[in-house]
Design a protein around this ligand. Sequence first.
Ligand code: GBH
Length: 457
Amino acid sequence: MATFPKDFLWGAATAAYQVEGAADVDGRGPSIWDTFSHAPGNTLNGDTGDVACDHYHRYPEDVALMKEIGLQGYRFSFSWSRLFPNGDLIKNQKGFDFYDKLINEIESAGITPLSTLYHWDLPQMLQDKGGWVNRETVDRFGEYAAAVAQHFGDRIKNIAPINEPWCVSWLGHGLGVHAPGHKDRKEVWAAAHHTVIAHATAMNAMRAVRGDIKIGPVINQANYPADDPQDEYLAHAADLMDAMQNRWWMDAFMRGSYPKVLLEEFGDEILPVIKDGDMELARSKNDWLGINFYFDTRIGKADVANPVQFDPSTVLGLTIDSTPKGELTDMGWPLTPHGLKNLMVRWHKEYGSALPDIYITENGVAYPDGPDAHGQIKDERRIKYLQTHLSALSEAIAEGAPVKGYFQWSLLDNFEWSLGYAKRFGIVHVDYATQERRLKDSAKWYSEVIKSNGATI
Ligand code: GBH
């Protein structure tokens, strides 16, 4: 039976561009995702976040749903260009009004808000000056962070500066599947380093404003098991993949260094973007650590018929096969719940008492299930996914991993980036034609989990 600590925090998460809509309403400025999704060929069916779940107008109903489910925590992100349309310090008052109302609604429902400053929607004006490849963006981000802490810090006590900096760097600048859609490994290293420095800069800026905000990074992590660990090429490929996705961020934040294997192989590309003093700045005493987990990626020999389409290993110059095996989700991702346990146990062993409290800030799955003739949404496979991952998590906790909370991704079906509205991660179904919300069976199941603090898993 699964057991969780007494004060474990049960929540769900969303992100601004994926749910808010109202892209052109009340003075919001354009972000790189507006530009990217509106350019032909970048998203499935040309979908954009213009309307999304219209959460900007429907937030009272959405907070009521959170309350009905019994969520204790809610992780959302601020849209930078709704608060500061140009990415400078000229405020958009109506943007501040929106988040004031949202936060007050969340708090009156008795729910703890946890917020992200940057979930991929850079103000377009900053992209026009080079975006995350330009070091100046770090300074703008620090100013933005301080302004948010100043205004919302009396009510928001948990802030993650950047969501999944790996995705910002690799998917945005290496694979080109996310905004700004570039494919250039040199840009990847610059963005990867600048997001590390931006994290620390934002942390220091917020702490200078208020001492009572708890700050942590949110890192997407995965294991990269080699099919044959004795095979030198595969073992090396697995090591590189682990270094670029997990250790780049963990080493930077925990130790103030980058993985040796990356510096050895790509030092001529990486070192030019690192300035004196950067690595001391990078090593930041985080109050907590957010980890997003979806699945592990196997590392195999490349001589197969169906290599996966968007493979980050190619950006490193590797030729491997990582075609997932076994049952797949609607994203084509494998089911690897034990991977979540492995990661937690790994960090616990590696860092011991230096490891801050961990929150699983995202975990969830896409399946297409919609309402049947009676309006019921029987998403049994999602329940199974959540159940197996939460069981794995409880095993890690039993082994001593300091995991203090879990945020399911996502509260609502929403704009799944390049895949638009085709993929549904919600425990609440959204009918995009009518904007009608309906609890899926998984939401009802999750309610019971929360009520029993995990005993019904
Ligand atoms: C999260 O990203 C996002 O934070 C969230 O906004 C999003 O809606 C959610 O997941 C669901 O996708 O296949 O080569 O890209 C998760 C991103 C997905 C990034 C798996 C790494 C594997 C490597 N991660 N991906 S690749």
